[in-house]
Design a protein around this ligand. Structure first.
Ligand code: 9YT
Length: 126
């Protein structure tokens, strides 16, 4: 059994900080669960194109408000607490945070550690 707290992650590879978002990643590939689960914060004003070419990601919004645009169709969805989005088709998308947002995100396959977006908005393949 694995039991971890946010404070356990401080200063580890699961504690990822960038100017526009930070993510506390509770699980990595080495944990053998097959997915990563995070507690992610997106700063107010973040406006980023993301394209997880090698991962599926689902995010459940627990705080804050923003929008997600499906860049294949142009459809813009409102994001607020209680909303989940799942990028089930490796959907290229634009995430905009009107306020600071907090999301619980899951990645399949699991992340290996320290991933940040490349120029296309992807994380490297494992
Ligand atoms: C919402 C989103 O995907 N933000 C980027 C951080 C990601 N959840 C991660 O790498 O943990």
């Amino acid at each position: 059994m694995i039991v971890r707290t946010l404070s356990d992650l401080k200063g580890t590879k699961g504690d990822v900080r960038t100017p526009s978002w930070s993510s506390q990643r509770f699980l990595h590939h080495e944990d053998g669960m097959g997915f990563t689960m995070t507690d992610t914060t997106v700063e107010a004003g973040m406006d980023q194109v993301i394209w997880y070419k090698h991962h599926l990601e689902a995010c459940y919004v627990i705080e804050g408000e923003g929008t997600i645009e499906d860049l294949a169709t142009g459809t813009v969805h409102a994001l607020a607490p209680g909303t989940l989005y799942a990028l089930n088709d490796h959907d290229r998308h634009r995430l905009r945070a009107r306020t600071r947002m907090r999301l619980v995100c899951a990645f399949n396959p699991a992340l290996t550690g320290g991933e940040v977006h490349d120029a296309d908005g992807a994380y490297r393949a494992r």
